[in-house]
Design a protein around this ligand. Structure first.
Ligand SMILES: C[S@@+](CC[C@H](N)C(=O)[O-])C[C@H]1O[C@@H](n2cnc3c(N)ncnc32)[C@H](O)[C@@H]1O
Length: 199
């Protein structure tokens, strides 16, 4: 058995997810962030970018079944998450295509969350550059598809571009902060940027 897999099996949040029939341990990252910052309110319309396998969406729908979630991922969605979840199996790099689709659907969200992550190569600089591109593409959605007063949460692999992304977010929201939830592996470079109250 690979060491990574052995460590993962011992991981507290992995075990909690297994015990509670939760789709992915990422569920607990969003739960912790939401408990602290209350980003998911009753009847929120949420865009979940990079939503597979579905832990974040599951958290939102568990919190209130009346919320509606639109999810986008390059991978297919294996779990059925009910009538309030609409899934688009699309590559975020096809931003213009997704944008036209969203305009035709007249989507306007209260919250946009993105846990999007590239496949890692082991080359830290390449992984960070790919992560930055995906985080920046996620950020593009706030311009046309996030309501005034809405919230935005995006993952990024910390690197030399992270501060630039943070500044971008800060310019569009009344409050912005870095968040590293307990369920996020301490050794991992991942960090979340949170924007509250879109201007
Ligand atoms: C860490 S996972 C998200 C976990 C999810 N938040 C959950 O709670 O289950 C990152 C996701 O980003 C997706 N992703 C990576 N590159 C993508 C791209 N170019 N377009 C759309 N999705 C992408 C991956 O397929 C993967 O499902």
């Amino acid at each position: 058995m690979k060491q990574w897999y052995k460590n993962r099996k011992k991981d507290h949040f992995y075990q909690l997810a297994k015990k509670n029939d939760v789709i992915s341990r990422a569920y607990y990252k969003l739960e912790e962030i939401d408990k602290k910052y209350q980003i998911i309110k009753n009847s929120s319309q949420v865009l979940d970018i990079g939503c597979c396998p579905g832990g974040w969406t599951q958290y939102i729908l568990n919190k209130n079944k009346n919320q509606s979630v639109v999810g986008v991922d390059i991978l297919p969605m294996e779990k059925e998450l009910g009538k309030n979840f609409t899934f688009y199996n699309l590559d975020l790099n096809e931003y213009d295509e997704i944008s036209s689709l969203f305009i035709s659907k007249e989507y306007c969200f209260d919250v946009i969350i993105s846990d999007i992550a590239p496949n890692t190569s082991g080359n830290q600089f390449l992984d960070q550059a790919n992560s930055y591109n995906l985080s920046l593409l996620s950020y593009q959605f706030i311009k046309n598809f996030l309501k005034k007063g809405g919230s935005f949460l995006v993952k990024n692999f910390q690197g030399e571009d992270t501060e630039a992304l943070f500044k971008e977010v800060k310019s569009q929201f009344k409050k912005a902060s870095y968040v590293k939830p307990n369920a996020s592996d301490k050794k991992s470079k991942e960090i979340y940027i949170l924007g509250l109250e879109k201007k």
